[in-house]
Design a protein around this ligand. Structure first.
Ligand SMILES: [Zn+2]
Length: 275
């Protein structure tokens, strides 16, 4: 490989190691889905459940119910279901009571707990007081705010990266150029995994529950943007649609929603862990 003599030494080392780094990053970042058992095999450990809105922020509302209460009720049921059926998974709630939590605090909680997946529970609403729009929608982070996400990734992922990184590369983790390559790889990986999980939930909503679905869409949602991990916002239904509102407030409707998310989560974990 051609290298001008005037290149600083550390860049020469970096350039000469570049092919090796690429291979190792690919293995590190994308090898999580490999079925090969190894001591470094990815373990899915922590789910962050974020009940949308709360306290002074009621979110949207229907004829008789508020989004903040529906989202909290579903979030708590989801927490309990994961605790009952998925041993070894830690659940962290961004709120478990009717309190107002700022968006950046929600993502701080997610990042501080090193979540492997961020699930935000919400209800959709159309502009009319009573609307005919209905069904589910899964939102994943869209790339037009990629700088924000990159900053969150740096906060959250860098400690994991740098730990192995310094062992493997003798301190090259301090090199900004190398960090950028790692961050790009993580950003792509998290986007892909967010869409994978969104698709799995969408599939359950449609096929198992027979819900009308608006699909999986990418949008610049702030609470997703700042989470340095795969993140999906679940719009569980239109609260201002009378039949969706009845479903969202019923025990059976909430249980169906929870069951679908739980099934998708089990599938997602198995895919990631290569089972
Ligand atoms: Zn909402």
């Amino acid at each position: 490989m051609f290298m001008p003599a005037s290149f600083p030494k550390k860049y020469k080392i970096f350039i000469s190691l570049f092919p090796l780094l690429c291979v190792m990053f690919t293995a590190r970042c994308f090898g999580q889905q490999s079925a090969t058992a190894s001591p470094n095999r990815f373990k899915f450990k922590t789910v962050i459940i974020d009940a949308g809105h709360g306290g002074k922020d009621p979110g949207s509302h229907g004829t008789y119910s508020k989004e903040k209460n529906v989202s909290l009720s579903i979030a708590k049921k989801l927490r309990d279901a994961i605790n009952d059926e998925m041993s070894g998974i830690k659940v962290v709630m961004t709120r478990s009571t009717d309190v107002f939590i700022e968006l950046h605090k929600r993502t701080d909680i997610a990042n501080d707990n090193h979540g492997n997946l961020f699930i935000s529970i919400h209800c959709n609403s159309s502009p009319q007081r009573k609307g005919s729009s209905r069904g589910t929608l899964l939102l994943v982070y869209g790339f037009h705010r990629s700088q924000e996400q990159r900053e969150a990734l740096r906060e959250n992922a860098s400690i994991f990266i740098e730990k192995d990184y310094k062992e493997k590369y003798n301190g090259y983790g301090d090199d900004a150029a190398v960090n950028t390559i790692v961050l790009n790889a993580f950003q792509q990986k998290y986007r892909k995994q967010s869409i994978q999980f969104g698709d799995l939930v969408d599939n359950q909503f449609r096929k198992t529950n027979g819900r009308h679905s608006l699909g999986v869409k990418e949008q610049g949602v702030l609470v997703l943007a700042q989470s340095g991990m795969p993140a999906v916002l679940v719009e569980t239904g239109f609260i201002n649609n009378p039949s969706d509102e009845a479903y969202l407030n019923s025990t059976s409707g909430q249980n169906e929603i929870v069951r679908s998310i739980l099934t998708a989560l089990k599938q997602y974990r198995n895919n990631l862990e290569g089972n």
